[in-house]
Design a protein. Structure first.
Length: 291
């Protein structure tokens, strides 16, 4: 008789994840009642991981520990974002669970599909690739189960023994990111391309690790929001002192009034072109190389 989660690898792969099926995972189970999952539970392994050694605890999650028989989860999410599928049956990952979100109290090993994120959790947080893979995997599983995104919980939210995992992860923020991920998955390629273009115009080029860094300007990295705040603050200062002469341009940079004029010259209902124009103006304000 097939174990309850034999669909797991196919669902994760269909979501676009890199999936490794560990040998024998479809027949692997701990003793006890089989899962009737209504949620996804997020953990960390408490083991240091790296891009060179992204999934050091896969075998331990298969075999278990001296104090706890394996399997210890249903899948391990590596530091590189690769998902290693461990078990299709019961896994000893959750223990007794208290009620959390839309999920009731009970046997956590029955209630939840368990994902172990392979990182240390105290001194070390998850990698961007790992966090992104966890979002994708969690959305995919909850969709398959027909459960709301609020059914994703952290072990620290269900544990009755004071667990802290997943460390360095704000679960409210994680669930908000699940909603964003779910919406992105529903977009057409054209809508996705438009969103990415607008994100680029709003936030500037991403840094080498994908971080938001804004456009490089004479006053440092500035996002669209920061530029608008500068503009509003300058206009408010002008209104408080209407007799003051406008500041003279420095280093050839355009002042707030020039930016304001560029806004007013464009149709009010064309938000994206307006944002693009602001980016072009800000690019013109960048200092010359070597200045």
């Amino acid at each position: 008789m097939a174990l309850p989660l034999v669909w797991l690898a196919d669902v994760l792969r269909a979501a676009g994840l890199a999936v490794v099926e560990t040998p024998g995972w479809k027949e692997r189970t701990a003793s006890g009642q089989q899962p009737a999952a209504i949620g996804v539970l997020e953990h960390h392994t408490a083991t240091y991981a790296s891009y060179e050694n992204p999934a050091p605890t896969v075998q331990m999650c298969i075999d278990g520990r001296e104090d706890l028989a394996g399997p210890l989860c249903h899948a391990v999410i590596g530091f590189d974002g690769v998902v290693h599928v461990i078990a299709a049956g019961r896994a000893n990952h959750a223990g007794k669970a208290k009620a959390s979100g839309p999920n009731p109290a009970g046997d956590g090993n029955t209630l939840y599909v368990g994902f172990e994120w392979d990182y240390q959790g105290v001194e070390q947080g998850p990698s961007p690739e790992q966090y992104g893979a966890a979002l994708t995997a969690t959305v995919a599983v909850l969709r398959h189960l027909g459960r709301p995104l609020e059914a994703a919980r952290g072990h620290k939210e269900t544990s009755v023994t004071g667990k802290i995992d997943p460390g360095h992860v704000d679960m409210d923020r994680f669930r908000a990111d699940l909603v964003t991920k779910d919406q992105e998955d529903e977009m057409t390629p054209e809508q996705d391309a438009m969103l990415r273009r607008l994100e680029h115009e709003l936030l500037g080029p991403r840094g080498p690790e994908g971080q938001i860094q804004g456009w490089q300007t004479a006053v440092g990295p500035r996002t669209i929001v920061a530029m608008l705040v500068d503009l509003v603050n300058d206009m408010a200062a002008d209104n408080q002192n209407p007799q003051a002469a406008p500041p003279a341009p420095q280093n050839g940079l355009q002042g707030p009034e020039a930016i304001k004029a560029a806004f007013e010259a464009m149709p009010a209902d064309q938000a994206a072109p307006l944002l693009a124009e602001l980016v072009r103006i800000q690019q013109q304000r960048q200092p010359a190389p070597g200045a």
